[in-house]
Design a protein around this ligand. Sequence first.
Ligand SMILES: N[C@@H](CCC(=O)N[C@@H](CS)C(=O)NCC(=O)O)C(=O)O
Length: 242
Amino acid sequence: MAKLTLYTNHRCPWAHRAHIALAELGVPFDEVIIDLNRPRDPWYLADINPRGLVPSLKYVSDTGKEEIVTESAIVSQFLVDLYGDKTTLEPASNSETGAIARARINFFVDTYFSKVQGQIFKLGTAKTAADEAAVAEAYVAAVAKELEPLLAASTSKDAPFFGGSKTLTIAEVLTGSFILRVVHLSKEGVYPTSIATEAATKTPAFWAWAQAVAAHPSVNGIYDEAAILENTKTRLANQRSA
Ligand SMILES: N[C@@H](CCC(=O)N[C@@H](CS)C(=O)NCC(=O)O)C(=O)O
């Protein structure tokens, strides 16, 4: 049987993508936690990932051939492709509506990262309450312009995931770890609380989708709320004082 080893760190939202995919697929895997607080060991750079990043995936096929796959989106897609027949995360590209459904999913994910998530990364340089409020406002404005129409057109209480799916899709595999942080950290005030209040009123379809994503066990399974809260507080404080 094929064997999977995930090199990961549970604090990393990129590595978290692979965990969501694996949880959904329900396939067994070994896990190697990489300590990101110290330089990578030479074996990791030499044998697993010369870029030194997590996640990386080692795949040993049924015939014993060993392959390394890196970059979180590529790792997630590889897992979905490998176990495509076990999952509804993404339709087959040659099914009747598969190709267009995959194009819509890809557009949504691309839009989240190219137009929306960048606002959150700006919190590291927001030094005053007014700066933070401006970031929150820009985040919700980007959601309203770019994502709300896509989600409002398809999602509902009974089918809360992308495209009106009752079950998680690869759109949530790729965005879920970031959405979970937005929902959790804005509730706790580590991200501006106005993200939550404004999003709930101005972008209700997005916020309902975000709640469904954050509550999904495949998304929040490895998420240690207390550790992420403390880690994010410290990281933002360090970035702001730099
Ligand atoms: N583009 C990469 C980004 C991965 C990434 O940035 N991982 C971070 C942790 S969240 C990392 O490994 N950083 C190395 C370090 O901190 O030394 C992906 O999507 O896999």
